[in-house]
Design a protein. Structure first.
Length: 412
């Protein structure tokens, strides 16, 4: 994985150091962008890199809202930039220029003024890299217009040393189509599409020049691709090879992860007994390592495998252990999941009072995090338990709580 990230960083760095280029158009779907964003973060955090990075990842709905969002982010980050510049002994004034108070400017013109303001803040020996990476682009023509307008101003002296990285839209008109032949633009198409990325991983995982440890991490990812594509036999072989490698290199933490992954492999095939066996082996190592995150996650997995076999009393042992661990670590979502499964297992095991306690606590936590749908589902289950218990007063109170919940968006 390290070599893949380094390759992406090298591609980005080629653009950053090129005096002939001002705009890098990134043609990459947002769901495939995790490694790219991680690579940009690594460049930004590199203490040896003098350039200042500003990243804007909010959605592009329209030009005014998008530019206003950029302006708000810039104002928040100016203080941080000032602190960073001060480390090298420089000082900058953060007072806003009068141009940024002019509300008659069009959004593209306002964005250019924002870039000028940033450029003026940063010493000339440092470049400013502005990354426009909206999660969603709902108006591609206006987004294209905005980027084209900025690019047209990039030759001005006041913007010298400013570079732009812009994610392309997923539907036409695209930046790549319009700007690929522009002399100051480069279109970058990283091979991060799942199918292409899997092929890249396969090639890297076989490369003897890459350290064995890194290749092992790649094989762990490839095993995940195998499962996603229902290549279960291949996934099992790959995981067993990984298990032997981590046992040989005495990496108990990774052994536990792989054992759990093999359990998952059997679980998705509804082989509950086999899944239980591998989860038990995984959790045995995790307990010895005193790894609370692994113990928490694997406890819930083992509870699930037991629950699917109708071993309700046994599943409760692991669900309760997982719930306590989640509470200690502040993992409220996992705590809610554990409580809901405790509620179900207790109900099926005839322990109605204990079931009610679990659903009640789960509903309270969902209310705390303002999860309306989760609260609704928990209260519905709670009403069912109170009805079976014949607890009329508690049932009425639960029904009253249900009636007071706000209407969900799906019901509007």
């Amino acid at each position: 994985m390290k070599s893949i990230l380094q390759g992406i960083q090298a591609d980005l760095d080629d653009f950053i150091v090129s005096p002939a280029l001002s705009l890098l158009v990134v043609s990459c779907k947002i769901e495939d962008s995790a490694l790219l964003i991680k690579s940009m973060d690594a460049l930004e955090q590199d203490p040896a890199a003098p350039d200042v990075f500003l990243t804007f990842g909010h959605e592009f709905d329209d030009q005014p809202a998008y530019v206003e969002g950029i302006f708000a982010t810039v104002r928040q980050e100016v203080a941080q930039i000032s602190e960073e510049i001060a480390k090298s002994g420089d000082h900058l004034s953060t007072e806003l220029p009068i141009e940024l108070e002019d509300r008659s400017l069009s959004p593209p013109a306002m964005l250019v003024e924002i870039l000028r303001y940033i450029r003026n803040l940063v010493p000339n020996n440092r470049q400013v890299i502005c990354v426009f990476y909206p999660q969603e682009i709902t108006d591609p023509p206006r987004y294209l217009q905005l980027i084209e307008y900025i690019l047209a101003q990039m030759d001005e002296a006041s913007l010298r040393g400013v570079k732009l990285i812009a994610r392309d839209g997923d539907s036409p008109p695209t930046l790549a189509t319009r700007l690929e032949r522009h002399p100051r633009t480069k279109v970058y198409r990283p091979e991060l599409d799942p199918d292409l990325f899997e092929k890249l991983l396969l090639a890297k995982a076989k490369d003897p020049c890459i350290p064995a440890e890194e290749r092992a991490q790649m094989h762990m990812m490839l095993a995940g691709y195998d499962v996603a594509n229902r290549r279960f036999d291949l996934a099992l072989v790959r995981n067993q090879e990984l298990l032997r490698y981590f046992a040989y290199t005495k990496q108990e933490y990774n052994q536990s992860i792989v054992l759990n992954n093999i359990g998952d492999l059997h679980y998705v095939q509804k082989k509950w007994v086999e899944a239980q066996y591998w989860y038990e082996r995984a959790i045995g190592i995790s307990v010895g390592l005193h790894s609370q995150p692994l113990v928490l996650y694997q406890s819930l997995n083992l509870g699930n495998a037991l629950l699917m076999q109708n071993k309700f009393a046994e599943s409760l042992i692991y669900y309760r252990a997982g719930e306590k661990s989640a509470e200690r670590s502040g993992a409220i979502i996992l705590q809610i999941q554990a409580l809901e499964r405790i509620g179900f297992a207790c109900y099926e095991n005839g322990q109605l009072e204990e079931s009610a306690d679990a659903w009640e606590k789960a509903a309270g936590l969902n209310e705390k995090i303002k999860n309306r749908d989760g609260t609704w589902a928990d209260l519905e289950q709670l009403c069912r338990v109170y009805s079976d218990m014949g607890a009329r007063k508690r049932l009425q109170e639960c029904q009253s709580r249900l009636s007071k919940l706000p209407v969900s968006e799906s019901e509007l």
